[in-house]
Design a binder for this molecule. Structure first.
Ligand code: GTP
Ligand code: ZN
Length: 344
């Protein structure tokens, strides 16, 4: 797919006048001795990094001055210099952040007006949703899908508590999305899920009570020990928004996102979502400028209907695409909807 994920980072590159903008001509040494690492945790100006993404080579690092305020988040691939032994009380320096292949943003909130990237480079977004207790909310799933498609992550729907309810009715609503689905229950080994996650970086999202911790504990047997040891994140009420990457025993990482209640959708353009529906991309270019692709009555001249009329796409695909476009629009257009709909 011809998407350029780097453009997703535009809104992070805020021009800061004064101190942050140094002349580019003053080149630093190339740091040829740098080692590559993945950021697995972040806590008050310290980043926990796994050298070569090896969970047994943990190094704590600070951000080198030359990076200024360049955002560095969990999942980022960075270059480290200085003491990279990981020995107690040593501190390495992050001197470079690699271009991101995907971004998951959290939405702006009262205390912070900027939408910020919370997880970088995750290949998948695992949308964890219970089949019952609490009941599933398709609005939540749709908004996660939008965040995934727009951020360049492959969404995977994980339906938990299958011992309590049949997944079929819920799945009927997603059949046209060609979405990978795994169904789990606490009294069965999550073998299929484990296989999907192995050797990849997957961000996890789900409401409180859906069984996310139950799953993580099964997938990462020493999850709690590790989170406590590595970065002490998520403790105390002032560490409100954070993410932590946990290593899977057979390779790969799951990134838990505790405290992240909603994803930033406001910046997403309709065409970002259309890009995830390949059969409609060419037609979208024939639409009037600024078309929201919602169809009549909002966008009466939308060209996407012609793809279905000519038999090149299933009607259900267009309906699903438009449902997602509507859920994105809801982020901007319906500030007075009830809080359950606003908070995903
Ligand atoms: N019946 C049933 N109950 C489950 C299943 N998985 C988890 N639960 C229960 O659901 C409740 C919530 O599970 P957690 O794993 O704590 O859910 P969570 O999503 O991590 O919720 P928070 O810790 O609040 O973020 C617990 O009482 C679990 O025992 C399941 O597959 N079936
Ligand atoms: Zn259109």
């Amino acid at each position: 797919m011809a998407r350029d994920w780097r453009k997703l980072d535009e809104s992070d590159v805020r021009v800061r006048p004064g101190k942050g903008t140094r002349p580019r001509s003053k080149r630093r040494p190339a740091h040829s001795d740098a080692v590559t690492a993945m950021v697995v945790g972040k806590d008050r100006g310290r980043w926990t990094c796994a050298v070569e993404a090896d969970p047994d080579r943990i190094v704590v690092a600070m951000r080198a001055r030359e990076l200024g305020r360049t955002p560095v988040v969990v999942g980022d691939i960075v270059d480290l210099v200085g003491d990279t032994t990981g020995a107690v009380d040593t501190l390495a320096r992050i001197v470079r952040v690699a271009d991101r292949t995907s971004v998951l943003r959290r939405t702006a909130d009262d205390t912070d007006p900027f939408e910020r990237v919370v997880v970088a480079n995750a290949a998948q977004l695992l949308i964890v949703c219970a089949l019952a207790d609490p009941p599933p909310r398709s609005g939540f799933i749709d908004r996660c899908l939008v965040a995934a498609y727009a951020g360049g992550l492959e969404p995977v729907l994980c339906l938990t508590k299958a011992d309590l309810a049949d997944p079929a009715p819920l799945l009927a609503g997603y059949a046209d999305l060609d979405l990978p689905v795994v169904v789990t229950r606490h009294d069965a080994d999550p073998a299929e899920l484990r296989e999907r996650l192995t050797d990849r970086v997957s961000a996890l999202v789900g409401h409180s009570g859906v069984g996310k911790s139950t799953l993580v504990n099964r997938l990462v047997p020493d999850a709690f020990r590790r989170t406590g040891e590595v970065s002490a994140v998520g403790k105390g009420k002032h560490t409100s928004v954070t993410a932590v990457a946990l290593p899977l025993p057979d390779g790969g990482w799951v990134v838990d996102t505790p405290g992240i209640r909603s994803f930033g959708l406001a910046h997403i353009e309709p065409d970002d979502i259309v890009a995830a529906f390949g059969e409609f991309v060419a037609a979208a270019e024939e639409c009037p400028p600024g078309c929201g692709h919602r169809g009549a009555p909002d966008d009466p001249d939308c060209y996407l209907d012609t793809v279905v009329e000519s038999g090149d796409a299933r009607p259900g695909r267009l309906a699903s695409l438009r449902r997602l476009l509507a859920s994105r629009a809801g982020a901007d257009d319906a500030p007075d909807r009830n809080s359950d709909d606003q908070t995903i």
